[in-house]
Design a protein around this ligand. Structure first.
Ligand code: KIV
Length: 283
């Protein structure tokens, strides 16, 4: 078993000050959390991407707070020391500061999270400030923000034009000033990420497909292992094809049940002869 102290916000800032990159993955269930923890992952995001990767929706929009809490609790049971980020689902923070604080609080109280993440630029500064003021570490999310996929016109790189890039840079500073301890940049051009990271004073900048100049990297677990059948984003590196291994094993299982080569004696349990004889007498 992995022997390490709990990863806290201080551990993360310490890594940043020493120039050590932070590793971060999405996770939605107990066994995967166990393996990620054993691998020594620094941070885990229970993303509302679980709506797509685990529940099969086409977008993240139908995900509820109860979905998030259930999966986040399971992840915490598998990864007791990783820094755990709960992802605020659609409409769990947009309506008001009060809604945002209440739901952020649920992640902390019910699922033992270390922080929450919410999507949006300067217009969400108020929410970040309210949550941070309630004593909950809050992370921003800029660039491609999947909850706004309709308004953004699809899953595409953000900030390629100078004006759009400037807006992301300004938004990052606004969120940092509002109290965000960290900001995730998703699908933002590498040189824009570099500017944001260099300008961050007290804020950890994380990258998902946004280049090497951030303080750390995030990947979607299902993209890393060929576990999402609908598509693989260009930014994702495949570290192993678990989907292929699973499909091979499952096909073999169906074949073996069909041709009666499964089960074999080591796969079932027996009853002693004397107990069996007694049973027959009882029947
Ligand atoms: O829900 C999620 O996994 C996310 C990532 C896409 C960053 O928010």
């Amino acid at each position: 078993m992995l022997d390490r102290n709990k990863i806290t916000i201080r551990t993360l800032f310490d890594k940043v000050s020493k120039g050590k990159p932070i590793s971060w993955l999405t996770c939605y269930d107990y066994p995967t959390a166990h393996f990620q923890e054993q691998a020594g992952i620094d941070m885990i995001l229970v993303g509302d991407s679980l709506g797509m990767t685990m529940l099969g929706y086409d977008t993240t929009l139908p995900v509820t707070m109860n979905d998030m809490i259930r999966h986040t609790q399971a992840v915490r049971r598998g990864a007791p020391t990783a820094f755990l980020v709960g992802d605020m689902p659609y409409m769990s923070y947009q309506p008001s500061n009060e809604t945002a604080i209440r739901n952020a609080g649920r992640f902390m109280a019910e699922a033992d999270c270390d922080s929450i993440k919410l999507e949006g630029g300067g217009e969400m500064a108020d929410r970040i400030q309210a949550i941070a003021n309630a004593g909950i570490p809050a992370m921003g999310h800029l660039g491609l923000t999947p909850q706004s996929v309709s308004a953004l016109g699809g899953y595409r790189v953000q900030g390629r034009g100078a004006l759009q890039a400037k807006k992301i840079i300004d938004d990052a500073k606004t969120l940092e000033n509002a109290g965000a301890f960290s900001i995730l940049l998703e699908m933002v051009p590498d040189r824009v990420t570099k500017i944001i990271t260099e300008r961050a004073e007290d804020c950890i900048i994380m990258s998902l497909g946004s280049g090497p100049h951030a303080h750390g990297q995030l990947l979607i677990y299902h993209d890393m292992f060929g576990l999402y059948p609908k598509f693989k984003p260009r930014m994702a590196k495949v570290f192993g094809n678990a989907g292929e291994i699973l499909l091979k094993g499952l096909t073999q299982y169906v074949e073996e049940v069909t041709d009666k080569t499964f089960p074999q004696p080591e796969n079932w349990f027996t009853i002693k002869d004397e107990d069996y004889d007694q049973l027959l007498e009882l029947l």
